[in-house]
Design a protein around this ligand. Structure first.
Ligand code: SF4
Length: 129
């Protein structure tokens, strides 16, 4: 069965080395981040967040950095390029351009995610265009 990022039942059991040469399907899933992630990414300052998270969310939305903010959970969802790739994913290399500063959720994937322990791995050449 072909891997379909939108259908976790088609995903592959994660094992070390699987990321090598992968198309980065995990980086096409919606990325939910906290204010702390935004500080690490240097997209916001602690002062700005302390003043108003809603105001910060409006500014980040205008800047094309986030697509959504949930005031109840205080979770921001990063914008996606063409509704798919994370804005920090290099379209050609399929590598993260902010790897050292990447959000917590990216560090924990696939330990946490839609199907813990499984991922939408596929060789770069076979990934959707
Ligand atoms: S921040 Fe980096 S690791 Fe996280 S989804 Fe975006 S490209 Fe992938």
């Amino acid at each position: 069965m072909a891997v379909d990022v939108g259908r976790p039942s088609t995903w592959i059991k994660y094992r070390s080395g699987l990321c090598q040469g992968c198309w980065g399907g995990c980086c096409t899933l919606p990325v939910e981040v906290s204010a702390v992630d935004l500080f690490r990414l240097e997209l916001a300052t602690e002062d700005e967040a302390a003043a108003s998270l809603k105001k910060l969310a409006r500014r980040l939305e205008k800047d094309g950095v986030i697509q959504h903010f949930n005031p109840r959970t205080q979770v921001f969802t990063l914008e996606q390029r063409h509704g798919r790739d994370c804005i920090f994913l290099d379209a050609k290399t399929r590598l993260c351009t902010v790897y050292e500063k990447r959000p917590e959720v990216c560090r924990k994937f696939p330990r946490i995610g839609p199907r813990p322990g499984w991922c939408p791995a596929m060789p770069k050449a076979q990934g959707p265009r």
